[in-house]
Design a protein around this ligand. Structure first.
Ligand code: SF4
Length: 306
């Protein structure tokens, strides 16, 4: 909660530094600090942080501080940082019980989770978390291409991502998968689009959320861009890539471009909105010579400190 930051800072409340845009109005609770993997080449988010599990006593203190202000108003909670599911299932269940007891009007509790962690986590543990009230998981798939997953050091294969995604759905969670447009650069955009669609089709997540690669200082991909080892896809290529992706999706997901990095807004419920979404992309593709549009795209390429 933006206002929560002001009030809770007085209590040494520890906030997750990142949360999905869809959690803008959520109470933010931190159970870990940083990323236990921290090796993806495109990511600079937690590079400065040593990974740490927060002691349960500290987490209880934060819940108590937040309860003082938000017991009646908190409806949604986001649990950070990057992969909360690495903590013990027993501890997570205890945190969830305390959350629901402290905030009686909670409707949704979500967390980021790494695909490899979900792949390894037994179904019975996921079901326990779901039964305790964790409702939605935000997972970075990024791409369905084996080559690109390996190149970005994601630490998971397409087969593992598919198994993890299906297991999460089987456990009863809402699944939100993130895709990075432009990840194949100029060389592999078609492979990225086709193979990502193929993996998404096998999972059929509740949400597909796209972001566009805009490498930030501090990550390996930024250095690869500077050295020429990575050739960034042009906006035209990213639009064509997104067209191939959407065209090949056979899912029942909500598709969202809910991030500042994206060149164009493509949103809709699949499959019913597919033609409408393709039309939006085609309209932008036919307007690529427009100078105002080119300036808008150029500003996206200059985004820093995401
Ligand atoms: S993308 Fe996620 S898993 Fe990869 S380094 Fe960043 S926070 Fe960690």
């Amino acid at each position: 909660m933006a206002i929560g930051r002001l009030r809770l800072k007085k209590y040494d409340y520890d906030f997750p530094p990142y949360r999905p845009p869809s959690e803008a109005n959520s109470l933010l609770l931190r159970v870990t600090r940083g990323c236990p993997w921290n090796k993806c080449t495109f990511c600079s988010m937690y590079k400065h942080l040593a990974f740490k599990r927060r002691p349960l006593a500290e987490i209880r203190q934060d819940i108590e501080a937040a309860r003082y202000f938000y017991a009646d108003s908190a409806r949604t909670v986001f649990i950070g940082d990057s992969n909360s599911l690495v903590i013990k299932t027993d501890d997570f269940v205890e945190i969830l019980k305390l959350l629901y007891k402290s905030f009686p009007h909670i409707e949704r509790v979500t967390s980021y989770a790494r695909a490899k962690t979900l792949y390894k986590k037994p179904l019975k543990d996921l079901k326990r978390l779901r039964d305790a009230g964790l409702t939605r998981l935000h997972v970075g798939l990024e791409t369905g291409s084996e080559r690109l997953l390996s190149a970005i050091n994601k630490g998971a294969t397409p087969a593992e991502c598919i198994e993890a995604g299906r297991k999460v759905k089987k456990a009863g969670f809402e699944l939100s998968l993130y895709i990075l447009l432009g990840l194949g650069g100029e060389e592999y955009w078609q492979e990225h689009a086709h193979e990502t669609a193929a993996v998404l089709n096998q999972i059929d997540p509740h949400f597909i959320r796209v972001r566009t690669v805009q490498p930030q200082p501090g990550c390996q991909l930024y250095d690869e861009l500077a050295s020429g080892a990575f050739v960034k896809a042009t906006p035209a290529t990213v639009l064509k890539e997104q067209r191939v992706l959407v065209e090949n999706l056979q899912v029942t997901s909500q598709y969202l471009s809910d991030h500042i990095t994206n060149y164009i807004p493509v949103n809709g419920k699949l499959p019913e909105d597919k033609e409408k979404m393709l039309k939006v992309i085609d309209e932008y593709l036919s307007a690529l010579d427009d100078e105002a549009l080119q300036r808008k795209f150029a500003r996206k390429n200059e985004l820093r400190q995401l």
